[in-house]
Design a protein around this ligand. Sequence first.
Ligand code: GLY
Length: 397
Amino acid sequence: MKRTEFTGYPEISKQEMEAAMQFAVSSVTENLKTFTDKFQKAYSENGFYQPIENNYWTTGFWTGEIWLAYEYACAHDMAQAADALKCAGEVQIDSFLNRIVNKIEVEHHDMGFLYTPSCVAGYKLTGSKTGREAAIKAADQLITRFHPVGEFIQAWGAMDAPENYRLIIDCLLNLPLLYWASEETGDQKYRDIAEKHIYTAVANVIREDYSTWHTFFFDMKTGAPDHGATCQGYRDGSAWTRGQAWGIYGMALAYRYTKRAEYIDIFKHVTEYFLSHMPTDLIPYWDLEFTSGDEQPRDSSSASIAACGMLEMVKYLPEQERGYYVTAARQLMKAVYDRCSVKDYSQSNGLVLHSTYSNHSPYNTCNHYGVDECNSWGDYFYMEALTRLMTDWKPYW
Ligand code: GLY
């Protein structure tokens, strides 16, 4: 298989990673004043996140940043910061329990994005019983979206709406919640649904050239695969960059949980498609249709997500295959650190600039917001990628 090497592009150094994490931990700690009872909005506006209630699909990422900062503080004997972070994480877990008990904006598939980096993380790190209870309830909510006809978890909207009878590639990151719930409860129903969704998703969202569909529709009566379509990508036939990055991380997780050998091969091809479409400065454009020199917004979050996926997958690859992916991950993180990371609080209350949430084009169906800004998953996966590179990290996912 062809391999894309960014020859001559430097890798992020140990000192740079240390500096990046120190800044991230102090920024997260500083932000607790505003964001303990409240959550960060999904994206910044002119570099600054506004506080919101716990009512959007992205709020778990901020709590995940708190837990990653907590891990760093514990490992570096920063007892005061660790205490403050733990207290804030616990307040947020209470909010997540309240959200799932009262069913506040949970009629969608993003239970994993919400409850894994917040409640599962808090449970794994501190033994939080509230976190465990909330996350199991969230897993119960997620499986209500499974269609036995078609065997997939529906992403958005009413379950009987033909315009929403589809899965999206992002959902691969929601499934670790189900595997975790099976491990915790001993009930295999969560795992069985996750597995069926993975098979259906992988069979349909990966195209012949290993680019990916963002969303894929099924026939409501028969469950037969119908057609792919984009929502947040530039056009139907293009590869939305973050979708491809979710695919990289999703395939690594799919392999970890299913141990299906063919998923290693798919991971390699999907990753190759992503890497071979990077511009020379290694900050991805928002859609892989665009290349060096195009006047289009970037999506730095995709670089961090892809790096996390590669660093997860190397754990299952033979030694001689690991270096390629670790080098690529370190190069991507060098680019994100150099070109996108916030280095001064007056610039932003986030961590990573130049991400794109939702860029409207003449050919897609999404709204237009969070373009060339920070976004909360970009910040979260930046910290996760650095933590993965610096430590033997035990994943929340
Ligand atoms: N999961 C939605 C997004 O990546 O924007």
